[in-house]
Design a protein around this ligand. Structure first.
Ligand code: BG6
Length: 480
């Protein structure tokens, strides 16, 4: 279904995120017929460039990152005609009147701030000063949304000077991932899981976001951030919330976000012994390929891996730990949420070898899908032996042709901005609450001068992270 017509201005329109995600994502929506024919995208950045030069830059980006759709030459040509470019000085006055003249009345106006947060205030102010933004306009902001509670509050306050909360779309691209949305469907559109979805029946939950890439190329940003700020405060926290939250009364932006916020408020402070930080080493001798070399900071104490045990102090979850881990340069790119259920109260089959608990595994990437492992009788005449089989729901298979081309998170989220649907975006109070929980953890490391533990590239992370579960009589699931 096509969305309403729009003018989308992408500040930072020639930057990395625009080239990799935003513009190719918009193009795929165009090919899918969701973008109205007269919708326009206006790139805005510092450099001098005309529409033609911008179009050829976008063409290259789509050829590189647009997937199969990039081969549709005719569609690509038509899409590029929808693009314009304005050279703009975020901190000065040049370019703004040009943008004001270019943007159309009577269509949805959206402004994507794909720039450093230090420019948010300047952009917001000028959008108003030049009467480019209206009370119906939307702005989209990217993470990092602050680096602690104080800076996040300041950013929220800056944006609030010119925009109301319902105009602000804070992106956490994990919320746009197909499987993450499906998590809500599975929880709240089926009767099967809800009765078991609590501390009485769930032994523990594991959330893993493992990556194979290092931080090379973006070391300057990452070294000031680390896995806790870069991944846990936002992406892993959002996943945790979707698993732990109560059923919202409706699938409505504030109803969903109210429930997520309650979960964040219920998080117990993390004890130092419940968290392990890691940093990848180099291969072989020397530091080549190590985190410190990639970050160009020989004495860096920033973590490229973190694993932690999180307790939620409410009726549903008290006593069921959530173990989270994420890291760079690990064995495989594999992200999974695993709900590990408790054992049956009494086994009528005696001490069965190979007996396993039921696990609901939700794979975010790659091979999106869900698997519920169940115990059955091993087929054949060999007596009553048990074996574990997966009830498998791979999305690609279940969805047939559509499943092969699962839309990227950004495609979905940008279309939601145009539709005016904030359900999959973070509200200001959520972001602040997440920082309020994260800040003391980081402050503790700083105060103690903790150094992260080394781990080998291609491994599953530092040894100490294994202990985090071993000492509770549990095991991490394999990263594969
Ligand atoms: C980003 C982080 O938000 O998410 C990156 O800044 C990380 O460090 C990326 O690599 C992971 O996203 P995805 O979609 O590839 O899992």
């Amino acid at each position: 279904i096509p969305v309403d017509s729009f003018d989308l201005v992408v500040f930072g329109g020639t930057g990395d995120l625009a080239r990799r995600k935003i513009l190719p994502g918009l193009y795929r929506r165009f090919v899918a017929g969701q973008m109205p024919e007269d919708a326009r995208i206006i790139g805005a950045a510092r450099g001098d460039m005309d529409d033609e030069a911008f179009r050829s830059l976008v063409r290259e980006a789509i050829e590189e990152f647009g997937g199969k759709a990039a081969q549709e030459a005719e569609a690509l040509g038509l899409f590029l005609e929808r693009l314009h470019y304005v050279a703009i000085d975020a901190k000065g006055e040049s370019g703004w009147s040009v943008l004001a003249d270019l943007i159309r009345p009577d269509v949805v106006r959206a402004f994507y701030f794909s720039v450093a947060p230090s420019l948010f205030g300047d952009l917001a102010e000028r959008l108003h000063h030049y009467e480019i933004a209206t009370p119906e306009s939307r702005i989209v902001v990217e993470k990092p949304f602050g680096r602690d509670l104080e800076s996040a509050r300041a950013l929220n306050a800056t944006l609030a000077l010119h925009f109301t909360e319902h105009q602000i779309y804070r992106i956490d691209h994990y919320l746009g991932k197909e499987t993450v949305q499906n998590l809500m469907a599975v929880r709240f559109a089926n009767i099967l899981f809800e009765p078991l979805w609590n501390a009485r029946h769930v032994d523990h939950v594991q959330i893993t976001v493992a990556e194979t890439v290092g931080v090379g190329g973006r070391g300057a940003y990452y070294d000031r951030s680390g896995a806790m700020r870069d991944m846990v405060q936002n992406h892993l926290m959002q996943l945790l919330c979707l698993i732990a939250m109560e059923a919202p009364y409706r699938f409505d932006p504030d109803a969903v976000r109210d429930e997520k916020l309650k979960v964040i408020h219920a998080l117990e402070p993390v004890r130092p012994e419940d968290i392990v930080r890691g940093q990848y080493r180099g291969m072989g001798k020397g530091t080549e390929g190590s985190y410190c070399a990639d970050a160009e900071n020989p004495d860096s104490r920033t973590e490229s891996y973190v694993a932690l045990k999180v307790d939620i102090a409410n009726w549903r979850w008290k006593g069921t730990p959530f173990y989270l881990r994420t890291g760079k340069k690990l064995r495989a790119r594999a992200s999974e949420i695993a709900i590990v259920f408790k054992e049956v109260p009494h086994s009528i089959f005696g001490e069965e070898e190979g007996w396993r608990e039921n696990v609901l595994s939700i794979r975010l990437q790659p091979n999106e899908g869900m698997t519920l492992s169940v115990m059955i009788k091993e087929p054949g005449p060999g007596g009553m032996r048990l074996t574990e089989v997966p009830l498998d729901m791979s999305f690609a298979e279940a969805l047939g042709e559509n499943g092969e081309d699962i839309p990227d998170a950004y495609e979905r989220l940008i279309m939601d901005v145009i539709r005016g649907n904030q359900t999959l975006f973070m509200r200001g109070d959520e972001v602040e609450a997440a920082w309020a929980w994260t800040d003391p953890i980081i402050a503790g490391w700083d105060a103690r001068g903790d150094r992260p533990k080394g781990y080998d590239p291609g491994s599953s992370g530092p040894e100490d992270a294994l202990m985090l579960l071993h000492r509770d009589g549990r095991r991490w699931r394999e990263i594969r």
